[in-house]
Design a binder for this molecule. Structure first.
Ligand code: PLP
Length: 502
């Protein structure tokens, strides 16, 4: 079996029982406990995580070879399966839970949240109805109140624990669709969208792709969207929205953003809230990671006005560092959320006076009890811990920008006000054409990924190649940022050296 040396050594010296290579499981008597083995493998993985090559090394072909083949007719010993799985996937695992993974916007897993998530699997509760799991239902109820308190939103706000911000956007916008059409005398639950009054959809030009996908799943095509221009940081321009809503009436939804996925910039929510109110529009805010700035006193100014929205979509698996998958759909008009989401059938037993039925607030019916991990995350951090986590990541992003900017070839493209840094490399001493900077920046991203001290991704920002750095992990330290900045600068010297040698 191939795999990281540590894993190989671990599996051979501590676990491997040579008498049981491919033991058929039909008899269901195992000499090794697969759950205990999984626990050991997980602990070992976590112990080595900060030291791992942060990127991946296995190719798709290697992974297929290690893990694939025809489905066997007979089953195997579960511990053997776990051992082979852990070894087979090893080279294809990104150290994305670790301290120097700066790709996309990716949080890690807080120790308490991870542990609770393991228990959620062991308990295997169906968090659909109160009667199916009173524990899961009540924990969700508690988490919902804690989240609303943290963000300073009304206690009567509807809360759904969904898989991520994609589904949070979907859930919130389903509630929005229901409410704005209902105000116009149209019951979308009964009549659907065919023949419905048209809904004006005002969306910032740099809205996240998942917001557009959510609208699509709700029956609103891309061509129906009224795109609102954005500025140099990706913020919706309030003046452009004002022009777009002028003299319009009828059902309307405005979709704003708290935290641009590249720059971290916030739409001017206060003004957008004014304009939405004047237009009689539902205001939705996609705050997948940015919304948590509301908890950190020094960053709260960025979110000013967000509390005036009608719905908020966010993630717990990004900045809150809860394991995947975990998102939150928050809707001021709880009745609209229930109307859009809840389902009923005779056998789905509702117990009056018991507790909240989780399925009333989300698109799913049977579902994982993801409230346990959120509960553990919030309880282990407390309000101050969440605030510190946000503030620390923002300060580390500023430090990263400062360290990189010290190199004359490096340009930081965004105002670093949150946890995101956008980096571009230029030829020095003589500035070259934009295409040269594009090529250098793309080569830099590739080289940094291959080198393995840290991992970050590339993007095209306003027509320019750029490298994205997102600092969102609870365990990232100043030392991690200094080491990574050094590795990035060293790689930038190498790509520029490659260029002059050509
Ligand atoms: C990540 C992100 C999303 C999508 O969230 P998922 O958790 O991937 O579903 C939506 N909006 C923004 C701004 C994001 O950063």
């Amino acid at each position: 079996m191939r795999g990281a040396p540590v894993l190989r050594q671990f599996t051979t010296t501590h676990i491997r029982d040579p008498s049981l290579p491919d033991h058929p499981s039909s008899g269901m008597s195992f000499s090794r406990d697969p759950v205990a083995l999984a626990g050991q493998l997980a602990l070992e993985y976590l112990r080595c995580l900060p030291a791992r090559h942060v990127g991946t090394r296995a190719t798709a072909e290697t992974l297929r070879r290690e893990l694939g083949g025809p489905l066997p007719d007979t089953g195997h010993d579960p511990a053997g399966v776990i051992e082979a799985l852990a070894s087979g996937v090893d080279g294809g695992l990104a150290a994305s839970a670790g301290p120097r993974y700066f790709g996309f916007v990716t949080g890690g897993a807080l120790p308490a949240a991870l542990s609770a998530d393991w228990l959620a699997s062991a308990w295997d509760q169906n968090a659909s109805l109160f009667v199916a799991s009173p524990a899961a239902a009540i924990v969700e109820e508690i988490v919902a109140q804690w989240v609303l308190e943290l963000l300073g939103l009304p206690a009567s706000t509807g809360v759904g624990l969904v898989t991520g911000c994609q589904m949070a956007n979907f859930t919130c916008l389903a509630a929005a669709r229901h409410a704005v059409l209902e105000r116009d005398g149209w019951d979308v639950r009964r009549r659907g969208l065919r023949g419905a009054p048209p809904v004006d959809l005002y969306v910032g030009a740099e809205a996240h792709a998942t917001l557009i996908a959510a609208l699509r799943m709700l029956g609103f095509g891309a061509d129906e969207i009224i795109s609102i221009d954005t500025d140099g940081q990706g913020r919706m321009m309030a003046a452009a929205l004002a022009r777009a809503v002028a003299d319009r009436t009828g059902p309307a939804i405005v979709c704003a953003q708290a935290g641009n996925v590249d720059t971290g910039a916030f739409d001017p929510l206060e003004t957008i809230a004014e304009l939405s109110a004047a237009r009689g529009a539902w205001l939705h805010v996609d705050g997948a990671f940015g919304i948590w700035a509301a908890v950190a006193p020094a960053r709260r100014y960025l979110t000013a006005g967000f509390e005036r929205a009608d719905s908020w979509a966010t993630d717990a698996h990004k900045w809150l560092n809860v394991p995947y998958d975990s998102g939150l759909a928050l809707v001021r008009d709880a009745a609209a959320q229930r109307a859009a989401m809840s389902s009923s059938a005779a056998y789905l037993e509702r117990r009056e006076g018991g507790g909240r039925d989780p399925l009333d607030w989300v698109p799913e019916a049977s579902r994982r009890a993801r409230g346990f991990a959120l509960y553990a995350a919030l309880r282990s951090l407390g309000r101050l811990g969440v605030s510190d986590l946000v503030e620390r990541c923002c300060r580390l992003a500023s430090l990263m920008a400062e360290l990189l900017r010290a190199e004359p070839a490096v340009e930081i493209l965004n105002d670093v006000t949150l946890n995101q840094v956008l980096v571009r490399v230029h030829p020095v001493p003589e500035p070259g054409a934009a295409e040269e900077s594009d090529a250098l920046t793309r080569n830099l991203v590739e080289r940094v990924q291959r080198e393995g001290t840290c991992w970050l991704g590339g993007t095209t920002w306003h027509g320019m190649a750029a490298m994205r750095v997102s600092i969102s992990n609870w365990s990232t330290t100043e030392e991690d940022v200094r080491r990574s900045a050094w590795a990035i600068l060293e790689a930038s010297r190498q790509v520029r050296g490659d260029r002059t040698r050509q």
